[in-house]
Design a protein around this ligand. Sequence first.
Ligand SMILES: O=C(O)CCC(=O)C1=CC=C[C@@H](O)[C@@H]1C(=O)O
Ligand SMILES: [Mg+2]
Length: 370
Amino acid sequence: MSTAVDEDLHLEYRPFSLSLSAPLETANGTIETRDGYLVRIVDESTAGTPGDGAAPTPASEGTVGYGEATPLSGWTESGEDCADALERAQQALTVGGPEAALEAVDRQVAARHGVALALADLQASREAVPLYRYLGQETMVGRVPVNATIGAGSANDAVAAAHEAVDAGFACCKVKVGSRPLEDDIERVRRVRDVVGSAVELRVDANEAWTIPDAERAIEAFADLDVSILEQPLPAGALEGHADLRGEGVEIALDEGVLEHGIDAICSAEAADAVVLKPMALGGIDIARRVAAWVCEIDLTPIVTTTIDGVVARTAAVHLAAAIPEVPACGLATADVLAEDLGPDPVLLEKGAAVVPQAKGIGADGVWEP
Ligand SMILES: O=C(O)CCC(=O)C1=CC=C[C@@H](O)[C@@H]1C(=O)O
Ligand SMILES: [Mg+2]
């Protein structure tokens, strides 16, 4: 049902293309560029009147909420489907308000992420609270722990990235594996362990690359190397296979499997110790928040990451992590993976932690003008 306030909401979106500073190699393919749509919803009921001849300012336009819809092949809908969905949301918002806009993008997760985030940012801005407080965190959170992300490149590249991570103060590194012979990957992880020392947490992400015997062999070696978490060793469909890999000294996290099965099935199959939550792939910050609350209840560990998003979605994911009590290190230190961004980054990285913005909403300003 539409209300007078809803009719004052207007959604706009514009395309963007961000190149990576270096392609990110994973076992599922190489990510070279991040193309998507920046979304904004303006509440014109709060618009002021600009002075004579003055250019419109954000205040004169009304309160604004920003969102980002950045599809990634294999994880979300295509770019084309995303754009079509945003077009539908634009119409639906004017006619039927926020609920109608979200319904119009129900099945296109990246588009839904863009719309839901713009609505959440708008509401948090109206309430003058940072997004993480709007997402339900009752106390002030200054920082969230983050992991360094090391791509599936050569052993020398992995060692160099690990050096850099330790120098920058990271206490957790996640190494991508699965795109080369298993023994080579084990050797890469061994060399990374040598470089980072025993105090740094090491995680490994195979992006579905392995068979059960491969994974068993990897876990045997990784347990000796004190790897804490192995992410998605088997194809997403293999719930029972993942369940069988648990309890051998390395915790099992599901990422692609979360999207394929959902939390209830993972829980019934006892298939994971931890789950990776990517708001862009789950369909929005609101959904990711609900999933995080649910997994905490059932003693699964939630790890927040992104699909290598621009500053709007990445900062929103930092807020999501800040809304989760005792969140472990999250995959949110990816700003450097991008060679360019949508605007200034409000999140400082300091000694392995992301400093959470305390301004109202997401806190990502200066992003609309290309
Ligand atoms: O979790 C991180 O450290 C960063 C994000 C990350 O690893 C990923 C982002 C996008 C696509 C994936 O290949 C990958 C992942 O599988 O987690
Ligand atoms: Mg993963």
